[in-house]
Design a protein around this ligand. Structure first.
Ligand code: FAD
Length: 493
């Protein structure tokens, strides 16, 4: 009788979705949870996404640490589930990997919480020119994500180029504003954060003085939020260029719903530093759709111009307005381009073996919205029906698509956890199998050859954590991250 023994659960990924699911399940029922993380270090985008000058956002880590202290919790770090591609991406020769099928045999429930490890491409000509970057790679690089951005010497050199004075960020979400802020903020402010030393050094040599943050729609449709815009408005010595308020904003802001009104007021008020006194400046360039990037001449391999097509909105004041193209082109000179149009989740390489369905268009695992993975099953009468896939659940960005802050990821993870606990208590959808089969990580380890891999336990991570904080203290910052997996593992001897 399964209700008499603890639920055996594997969580794949140690970001907010993984930790909040584990937390809630363990709070609601007797459960033993093993958390598999591809990297030697935990916390996903809390460590590698959230901007270094937003330390308060990282406070959720305290909750995660509490979860990890439970004797019923086991961290299996440096162990990717699926193929070894994430190890290759992180240049991690000592990373292990476990096939999903081998893992699933040893648990009642498996939760996919592995986030979004790719970026979306624009699909326009010139996207591969030198100087054009994915925001994901830039963010990963300044946050010390192992292997991010491939060869980081490129971005270091690009920032230091004397002619790199103008950057274009494509997209107007909060990640785009993070990128703009890192380019505009005084580097001495960033030195007090856990930004990687390489990035600090490169940004201290940056010649960027002008940043365009470009969107296809208008201010009333923008995805950024008030805190992030306000931070940019307050940057000392940084001015904001104006935009066409008469056509893009309703005549009376005071009639707008409160949250939108406040946001628009911040945008209209502009920066604290007037443009004529500013050492750097930025703009919100609305109603421009990227068309192509080009070099200064046909033989050139570096971006010199970003070309946009002007758009028209079906109703500029409606937040759901559609974009229409006008055919009118605008050239913006730019030596650096960051495309920030979203992250993307991908299917694990062995999903096909188990018939786990992945929606490639939306970039998420098919699920019932409550976190149960769904699959098509042939009924006895040969018709197909969609049913929960016993034992498989998902949470976070891989469940909802790559949008939403940590708070919404938490809500979402709680929903998944409640489905798991409900199913466990009613015995509704769990993997069939005997109690002996629920050996968890011990069972997996006995079955899979992980000889070449260094498994990182929670105690190991705490050693890495301590060394990073000590290194940081010497530099007057909260933490100096290791940016290579070899260096993380070297701490463990
Ligand atoms: P992730 O945090 O991405 O965690 C997934 C984990 O799974 C990672 O650790 C990854 O290494 C691991 N993994 C991947 N593949 C495998 C595998 N095959 N096997 C094992 N492990 C694997 N939210 C805020 O509230 N405030 C902010 O200021 C903020 N800033 C952000 C800035 C950026 C640049 C980005 C991208 C996001 C930001 N967010 C912010 C949003 C927040 O980071 C997300 O909502 C949240 O991290 C999503 O959680 P997740 O657990 O689904 O994914």
């Amino acid at each position: 009788d399964a209700s008499r023994r603890p639920l055996r659960m594997a969580v794949i990924g140690s970001g907010p979705a993984g930790f909040y699911t584990a937390y809630r399940v363990m709070a609601k029922t007797a459960a033993r949870v093993d958390m598999y993380e591809a990297l030697p270090v935990p916390f996903g985008l809390v460590r590698f996404g959230v901007a270094p000058d937003h330390p308060e956002v990282k406070n959720c880590q305290e909750k995660f640490e509490e979860v990890a202290q439970s004797p019923d919790f086991c961290f299996v770090g440096n162990m990717a589930v699926g193929d070894a591609s994430s190890n290759r991406a992180a240049h991690n020769p000592h990373g292990g990997h476990v096939p999903l099928a081998a893992l699933a045999r040893h648990y009642d429930a498996v939760v996919f919480a592995y986030g979004a490890s790719r970026d979306r491409k624009l699909g326009v000509p010139g996207e591969d020119l030198g100087g054009v970057y994915a925001a994901r790679d830039f963010v990963g690089w300044y946050n010390g994500l192992p292997g991010s951005g491939g060869d980081s010497s490129r971005i270091v050199a690009d920032l230091a180029r004397a002619d790199s004075d103008t950057a274009v960020v494509i997209g107007q979400g909060n990640v785009a504003l993070d990128v703009a802020r890192m380019l505009l903020e005084h580097v001495d402010v960033l030195r007090k954060t856990d930004m990687s030393e390489e990035a600090l050094e490169a940004l201290s040599r940056s010649h960027v003085t002008r940043v365009h943050v470009v969107g296809r729609r208008g201010p009333m449709q923008a995805a950024f939020t008030i805190k992030e815009v306000r931070e940019l408005m307050k940057l000392p010595g940084v001015g904001l260029h104006g935009f066409d308020q008469a056509t893009l904003l309703p005549p009376k802001l005071k009639d707008l719903p409160r949250a939108q009104r406040r946001l628009m007021e911040v945008v209209v008020k502009g920066s604290m530093t007037p443009l004529k006194e500013a050492r750097k400046s930025w703009s919100l360039d609305f109603c421009l759709a990227p068309k192509q990037f080009s070099a200064s001449d046909a033989a050139g391999d570096r971006v010199a111009t970003a070309t946009f097509e002007k758009t028209r909105l079906t109703d500029p004041f409606d937040s759901n307005a559609q974009v229409e193209h006008t055919g009118e082109l605008v050239d913006v000179p730019a030596q650096l381009v960051f495309r920030s149009i979203g992250y993307r989740s991908k299917a694990l390489a062995d999903f096909d073996d188990l018939g786990i369905p992945f929606d490639d268009r939306r970039g998420l695992i098919l699920n019932d919205g409550l976190g149960r993975v769904l699959r098509d099953v042939r009924s006895p009468d040969a018709s197909m029906t969609t049913q929960p896939y016993p034992g498989f659940y998902c949470a976070g960005w891989v469940k909802r698509g790559p949008t939403g802050v940590i708070a919404s990821t938490m809500e979402d993870a709680f929903t998944t956890a409640d489905a798991i606990v409900g199913d466990w208590q009613s015995q509704a959808h769990f993997l069939a199998g005997s109690e002996e089969a629920r050996a968890g990580w011990d069972g997996v380890r006995a079955e899979v050859d992980t000889a070449g891999a260094k498994v990182v336990s929670w105690a190991d991570w705490q050693k890495i954590d301590r060394v990073e904080m000590d290194r940081g203290q010497q530099l007057g910052k909260p933490r100096s991250k290791f940016t290579r997996t070899e260096d993380m593992l070297a701490v463990l001897g």
